[in-house]
Unconditional design. Sequence first.
Length: 128
Amino acid sequence: MASAAISPDERISSDAGWEMAKAYERLRQEAKSLNERAGWGSPEEFDQELPPMIDEVASVRAMSSDELPDNAISLGRKARVLLGLLAGWAESNQEVFELEARFKADAAAKAKAAAEEAKAAAKKPPGF
C-alpha cells in the first residue's frame, strides 16, 4: 500500500517537492506524538528512525530564487523516501496497536470471568 503512493519513476516539480516536504513534517509530528502517547519508543529513537526535515526546509527557503527550484526538487526526493519510511512505520505500529488491543480485551474478559466465578463461588453454601 505504501509503495503504491510513491513511485520512484515520477518526476517531482519544485512545488510538489515543497508540498511533499511539508506533508512529511506534518505527518511525522503526528506520528511522533502518537509514538510518545503509546510508549512505543523514546523520542530519540523515533528521530533516528524518522529524521526531521524542518532544518532542511528552512535552509532551502532561505536560498535565492535561482537556487530554489532545484533544491525544492531535491527536498521532494528526500521527502518521498521518508514518506515511504513513515508509511512503513505506521503499518508496523498499526499491527502492534491491534495486538495490544486484543491482549487487553482478552485480559479484561479473563478478569471478568474470574470475578464472576468468584462471585458465584461466594454465593454457594459452605461444603458445596
